[in-house]
Design a protein. Structure first.
Length: 143
């Protein structure tokens, strides 16, 4: 029984640790993207790079609506900024390697800059979702 429990725990931990890829990025490296200066930022892309969803700040209700199939209009400036974001080499590499249909990217701010409670809440919310068709990426702006 203990052996089975250990296997289940290890499997769960392995799955959870693989679920969200964390990329630490100095903010200056993403300055070219001209993203809004509001955190957290959550975007969902198709594997082809089409922006399906974008929101700044905590907005679990709208993300839930996306999961239910609602389509969202994205501002053209935001689309352009997000297209530049996915050109960042570490992010581009994920797009090239994933076998999943969609990629959710959550951009947060490291505590070394300031304590962003909404960033932590949004990441916890996303971590709690079962998103088998989505690659989950956390871009952590850090020093």
């Amino acid at each position: 029984m203990l052996k089975l429990f250990s296997v289940l725990v290890l499997s769960t931990v392995s799955t959870m640790s693989m679920a969200t890829q964390v990329i630490n990025v100095p903010p200056k490296d993403l300055k070219y993207a001209k993203l809004p200066n509001r955190f957290p930022m959550t975007a969902v892309f198709s594997k082809a790079g089409q922006v399906l969803y974008f929101e700044t700040g905590e907005n679990e209700d709208e993300f839930d609506e996306l999961l239910k199939g609602k389509e969202f209009e994205i501002d053209e400036d935001d689309k352009a900024a997000l297209a530049r974001l996915i050109e960042y080499p570490k992010i581009s590499q994920i797009f090239n390697q994933t076998e999943k249909n969609n990629i959710v990217i959550n951009i947060t701010v490291d505590k070394s800059f300031f304590d962003c409670g909404p960033c932590q809440n949004q990441q916890s919310y996303l971590d709690g979702l079962d998103l088998p068709s989505m690659e989950s990426v956390q871009v952590n702006l850090s020093r």
